[in-house]
Design a protein around this ligand. Structure first.
Ligand SMILES: *Cc1c(COP(=O)(O)O)cnc(C)c1O
Length: 238
């Protein structure tokens, strides 16, 4: 079975090429392989091809895979929406959480992060389109929330995560990512004490625009693993 390695290598090449074309270093753009709905065997194959960071959006599905793959040194990133009653397991079993969108969740993650582990890496998910239906922090609350999260002892605030509404036109994609990059730049400029280094944006269909705008982590699923058979529904483990 060798159906993950080649697409993975192609995506890495593509990231380097896009970065270079935009006067950036390929090494400044990290690849998060989004393995939601994919079986552990595919994660293992990607790992054997050199991929160590994987993103999951459902806690139980992720826990099942982590148990099967506990012989691998994987960096697990939680990228899904977070219910308060799930924070303990997330704090215990992940290295990163990209989708923090309220203070209460951040406080619980900090309290519940085991002391023997390094601080949990956090991105704040901002609501770039200001759509009432979408999760994410309203922009007018971002700076104060970032400063509060930054004081929590068992968290390390790294930056922002953005999931814009879908746009097919590359120039529209570019515009919204540039807007996100500007928000990130302003946040850093007005809060130098925060030491932010991460802008998590770009997926299979818009990673080119995201990297051009300054993304430091692209979250790529389908372009590596192929289509998800049933969107959002975990496949049986194999
Ligand atoms: C599913 C998902 C991705 C990956 O999307 P693809 O289109 O498969 O690349 C990235 N980020 C988040 C938050 C996701 O839920």
């Amino acid at each position: 079975m060798l159906h993950i390695k080649q697409p993975l290598l192609n995506i890495r090449k593509k990231i380097t090429a896009i970065a270079t074309a935009n006067n950036r270093l390929g090494s400044d753009v990290n690849l998060l392989a989004v393995s939601k709905t994919q079986p552990p065997s595919c994660i293992r194959e990607a790992y054997q091809a050199g991929q160590t960071a994987f993103g999951e959006n459902h806690l139980q599905e992720a826990r099942d895979k982590q148990q099967v793959l506990n012989d691998l040194d994987i960096s697990w990133h939680f990228i899904g929406s977070i219910q308060s009653n799930k924070t303990r397991k997330i704090a215990e079993h992940f290295q990163w959480v990209h989708s923090v969108d309220r203070l209460q969740v951040a406080q619980r993650l900090s309290q519940q992060r085991p002391n023997h582990l390094p601080p949990l890496n956090i991105c704040l998910q901002i609501n770039i389109d200001n759509e009432a239906t979408k999760s994410g922090i309203p922009l007018n609350e971002l700076s104060s929330l970032a400063n509060m999260v930054n004081t929590l002892p068992q968290l390390r605030l790294r930056g922002l995560m953005i999931i814009p509404a879908k746009r097919d036109n590359p120039s529209d994609q570019r515009a919204i990512f540039n807007q996100a990059a500007e928000i990130f730049r302003q946040l850093k400029l007005t809060n130098p004490a925060l030491r932010l280094d991460t802008l998590s944006m770009g997926m299979s269909d818009d990673m080119e625009a995201a990297i051009a705008a300054g993304s430091t982590i692209v979250r790529v699923g389908r372009a590596i693993f192929g289509p998800r058979d049933i969107v959002g529904k975990p496949q049986p483990l194999r």
